[in-house]
Design a binder for this molecule. Structure first.
Ligand code: PLP
Length: 228
């Protein structure tokens, strides 16, 4: 199967799984892949790409057409925000107020309002980044967040456990969706929070993510093959 065929068949499954609803959108995760691979996906119609390293994201942004939406999906250090602030479409991996404050500062310099997702820790593994529900709730309600004029929190991201247990993965996605819904309902009007995106699902589990309410799936190896 070519990359174009992989993208096409994933899009068909996405549409099928969504029934009459709006299908989740694909973020093609291209980390470690060369620019030629991204171009191939671009020519197949892909306009959303996800990278997990700042340097690689910037290099690919510079090399590729300018109508691409760039998504930063990996852990972001505060001292690197400035490199992506001029162009990044959505940062999926925000996990602290300090990081939001730096994003706000750099977005202000670039005269932009930066859309971000809060990353929640939903997996059982210890190693993954992310906030607890309590921490995310507190951050979303904080005066410190409300004071930021150049960031907008537009949703949540979570990575499920790396396990063969469908039951467990589904449970983790479902809990995140429930937190998303209950927060949305209880939060009230906030100047820079508008919860409308739920980034859930990767190559191994995106159909479950979609069934549990994902609006953005982040898929790499299922489209481009395993990474070396
Ligand atoms: C690498 C990565 C993905 C994509 O993983 P695949 O299993 O290759 O689809 C999704 N989300 C994040 C945060 C990643 O780092």
């Amino acid at each position: 199967m070519t990359i174009a065929e992989n993208i096409r068949s994933l899009e068909v499954r996405l549409t099928d799984l969504s029934g009459s609803g709006v299908p989740a959108r694909l973020v093609a995760v291209t980390k470690t892949k060369p620019v030629e691979t991204l171009l191939e996906a671009y020519q197949a119609g892909c306009r959303r790409f996800g990278e997990n390293k700042v340097q690689e994201l910037v290099a690919k942004y510079e090399a590729l057409p300018k109508d691409i939406e760039w998504h930063l999906i990996g852990h972001l250090q505060t001292n690197k925000v400035k490199y992506i602030a001029p162009f990044v479409h959505l940062i999926h991996s925000v996990d602290s107020l300090k990081l939001l404050q730096e994003i706000d500062k750099q977005a202000t310099r670039n005269e932009r309002v930066q859309d971000c997702l809060l990353q929640l820790h939903i997996a059982q593994e210890e190693t993954k980044f992310g906030l607890s529900e309590a921490e995310a709730g507190e951050l979303l309600r904080s005066d410190e967040l409300a004071a930021l004029r150049h960031v907008r929190v537009v949703g949540l991201m979570g990575m499920a456990s790396n396990t063969a247990s469908e039951t467990q993965v589904r449970r983790e996605f479902r809990e995140l969706k429930q937190f998303f819904d209950s927060t949305k309902n209880s939060l009230g009007e906030r100047p820079n929070v508008d919860l409308r995106e739920l980034s859930m699902g990767m190559s191994g589990d995106w159909p479950l993510g979609v069934e549990e309410g994902s609006t953005l799936i982040r898929v790499g190896s299922a489209l481009f093959g395993v990474r070396s």
